[in-house]
Structures are given as structure tokens and as C-alpha cells.
Design a protein around this ligand. Structure first.
Ligand SMILES: [Fe+2]
Length: 169
């Protein structure tokens, strides 16, 4: 169906992001089981809980717009997850490399989500829908914080992987 208005464009992007959040939640639940570093594990665990809340927030956004929550397949989410799974498989024999791989995959996901939420936040500002705006801003903030935490942990994760490599060499 052709999209004729900004409201419909907003609804399309909301439904795609709603699907992406579900896909990412499932992927995080699988990744956290393969992470070794305690900080990385707890960052992921915290964000799994946040993601569950984010899905509830998006359901509220749908209802504020008097729409049924609807998932529209996000090819971008499937692609990001597919790339991460491929790389995780490639390092399977060298598990010391797994934590940096998981962290960088999660950082990419957070940045994708940030771009999605920033777009929707701007849309909600234009619509002047304060309720929707608040819910989306809450999600955006959690994505930003998670991206920052993951990125800050990266040098240490790389360092740990490097020392493990040297030990096994
Ligand atoms: Fe996220």
C-alpha cells in the first residue's frame, strides 16, 4: 500500500522498529549466554530488561496513536543479527575473541536503534504528541547509555582478548 502521509510513514517506521526490538531481544538472550566477561554480561542482562520495557513502551505508543501494535519485518535487524552470528561462528574455535565480537555487534545494534528512535522522536515533536514523545525519548536514552557503556568497555575487552591470545600462543 502506498504511503501518502507523514503519519503513515511514522507508523511504518514504528512497526519496523517494533519488529527490530523483538528480534534484538531474542538475539541478546542468546548472546548473553556466550559472553564471558562479567561487565559485558551484566550490561547485556540490564539491557535485556530495558528492551522488554522498550517493547512495552512501543505498545503504548501504538495505543496512544489508536493503533494495534504491529510488527513489520525489519530486514536491517535481521541483517545485523546475521552478521553477528556469522562472526561469532568464525571465532568459535578461539573463544577469547568472542567478547569483543559480542560487544561490537551490540554497539552496532544500539547505533541503529538510536537512529531509528531519533527519527521517530523528531516525528513525534512535529506531531506535537507529548505522550508518544516521552515514551520514545525514554527508549532513546537507554539505547544511548547502552552504546556508551559498551563502547567504553571495548578497549578492556580487546586487551583481555590480546592477553589470552598471547597466553595460548
Ligand atoms: Fe537497545
Amino acid at each position: 500500500m502506498a504511503i501518502k502521509s507523514l503519519d503513515e510513514k511514522f507508523a511504518f517506521e514504528l512497526s519496523t522498529l517494533f519488529d527490530a526490538e523483538h528480534q534484538f531481544l531474542e538475539a541478546q538472550r542468546q548472546m548473553v549466554q556466550q559472553a564471558s566477561d562479567n561487565n559485558l554480561k551484566s550490561t547485556l542482562e540490564k539491557h535485556i530488561e530495558q528492551s522488554e520495557g522498550q517493547i512495552r513502551n512501543l505498545e503504548q505508543v501504538f495505543s496512544a496513536l489508536e493503533q494495534e501494535p504491529k510488527r513489520m519485518k525489519s530486514g536491517a535487524a535481521s541483517g545485523l543479527i546475521g552478521d553477528a552470528q556469522k562472526l561469532m561462528k568464525e571465532v568459535a574455535k578461539n573463544p577469547q575473541l568472542l567478547d569483543p565480537v559480542i560487544a561490537s555487534a551490540q554497539a552496532k545494534v544500539e547505533h541503529f536503534e538510536m537512529a531509528c528512535y531519533r527519527g521517530l522522536v523528531t516525528g513525534a515533536q512535529q506531531m506535537d504528541n507529548q505522550q508518544v514523545l516521552k515514551l520514545l525519548e525514554q527508549n532513546l536514552q537507554q539505547e544511548e547509555q547502552t552504546a556508551q557503556t559498551i563502547e567504553q568497555s571495548m578497549p578492556q575487552l580487546l586487551q583481555q582478548a590480546m592477553s589470552a591470545n598471547e597466553r595460548s600462543a
